[in-house]
Ligand binder design. Sequence first.
Ligand code: 5GP
Length: 124
Amino acid sequence: MAYKYDDENIFAKILRGEIPNDTVLENEYALAFRDINPQRPHHVLIIPKGRYVSFDHFAKEAADDQIIGYIQAIGAVCDLLNVSIDNGDGFRMIANSGQHGVQEVPHLHVHILGGSSCGKMIQS
Ligand code: 5GP
């Protein structure tokens, strides 16, 4: 079944400049901005500039340059936040996907959480 992208999702509106955001990084391939409801001192969302619902959609259908550009943007954001493990204390990256992943906004985004420990990944 084909992926269905909703052009009215909130991150599509942010990409079109219809809703303001607190930008951390923007380039040809990606936009990174602070989450409106931060769960850690650093909580940044990184979205590709393309109509992709989820990470699996992106992995299967995005062009190579889009994938490379997006992944490189994630690395650049980690450096900007000083959470890279080469000179910082690390981070958690989350990509909630679909119903069981409890994805709220249907435009691919990864969360970068850092600045304090994120605890165990899944609480029992
Ligand atoms: P999801 O559950 O889809 O992985 O996470 C969506 C995230 O988007 C949530 O952490 C939520 O706080 C954030 N969010 C929802 N609406 C907005 C918005 O208008 N602006 C920003 N900056 N973040 C938003």
